[in-house]
Write a protein that binds this ligand. Structure first.
Ligand code: FMN
Length: 301
């Protein structure tokens, strides 16, 4: 029997498949389609201190082999997430969840993490994934993930308010992602996850204007897999903490490739939007793919 279990910062996952933040809501929405307890875990929608409506529409543009999004961190705010979203998730999900925290200042990242940590739902959280890499908001988000000192500053500030594993989510829109990962590791991060979306844009030929109201957006989906693999490989060679790989993963074979590049687990993003059953399908396909390539234990890749 293929052994799909992996370990992530001291927590054993049944398999390494984790739906990525922003593509799986707060989980319970997908529980109407299938039993989401088959997942390794999942990362919930990027949560900020205040509610956010997100960017103007249009904020999605399709591309060959991928998509651009400029959603801009739409979410109901941390207090409503604690009060309304996570109690709904508790009814349908028995595993530790990854709490994706977003913000516009180091203090905001700290405050959101603190409120989640001190709330009555804190036992549901296995890891905090601190998103310092959102390309679709101004005055925050990605600016922390493109500078090693600023990235380290966020880790230092958030580290003070939680003992749970801290995963820092990194941006691919940099020259040297490994240097930023190293700065996070040195400041006490327990893991890094990458990649967030790659900044891009498209034009409407009829109006001669950018397709997205926000002008630019983040590219993700199968088109970015080779870039993600390269960055995971470079990062895994530079740090000794676990690396969670994502970017274009849409099949069991892609998960195996991510793990060969050095990832401890793999997040699945845009594929869930194209097919809401994608993460389940990938999990179902994993044992046969492992057998085909002679892999008995995923943790040994
Ligand atoms: C519509 C959409 C919304 C997203 N929202 C978030 C978010 O709130 N927080 C975050 O950390 N990443 C967010 N992401 C980035 C994904 O989690 C992931 O890093 C990226 O899409 C690359 O994976 P993929 O190629 O499998 O989509 C979003 C991506 C998409 C497509």
């Amino acid at each position: 029997m293929a052994d799909t279990r992996v370990e992530l910062c001291g927590i054993t996952l049944d398999n390494p498949v984790i739906p990525a933040s922003g593509t799986f809501g707060y989980g319970y929405e997908f529980a109407e389609l299938y039993d989401i307890n088959c997942l390794g875990s999942f990362s919930f929608k990027g949560t900020t201190l205040e509610p956010r409506f997100g960017n103007d529409t249009p904020r999605i543009a399709e591309c060959p082999s991928g998509m651009l999004n400029s959603v801009g961190l739409q979410n109901p705010g941390v207090d409503a997430v604690i009060r309304e979203e996570l109690p709904k998730l508790r009814k349908v999900f028995r595993k530790p969840v990854m709490a994706n925290v977003s913000g516009f200042s180091a203090d905001e990242y700290r405050e959101v993490t603190k409120r989640l940590s001190e709330s009555e739902i804190s036992d549901m959280i296995g890891w905090f994934e601190i998103n310092i890499s959102c390309p679709n908001v101004h005055g925050g988000g990605m600016s922390f993930g493109t500078d090693p000192c600023m990235a380290a500053g966020v880790v230092k500030t958030v580290r003070k308010v939680t003992e749970k594993p801290l995963i820092i989510k990194l941006s691919p829109n940099v020259t040297d992602i490994a240097a930023i990962a190293k700065a996070c590791e040195d400041e006490g991060a327990d893991a890094v996850s990458l990649i967030n979306t790659l900044m891009g844009m498209r034009f409407d030929l009829k109006t001669k204007k950018p397709l997205l109201a926000n002008v630019t957006g983040g590219l993700s989906g199968p088109a970015v897999l080779p870039v993600a693999l390269r960055m995971v490989y470079q990062t895994a060679n530079a740090v000794s903490i676990p690396v969670i790989g994502m970017g274009g993963v849409s099949s069991a074979e892609d998960v195996l490739e991510m793990m060969m590049a050095g990832a401890a687990a793999a997040e699945v993003g845009a594929a869930n939007l194209r097919d809401p059953y994608a993460s389940k399908r990938i999990i179902d396909d994993l044992p046969a793919a492992m057998e085909k390539y002679g892999i008995d234990k995923l943790s040994e890749i």
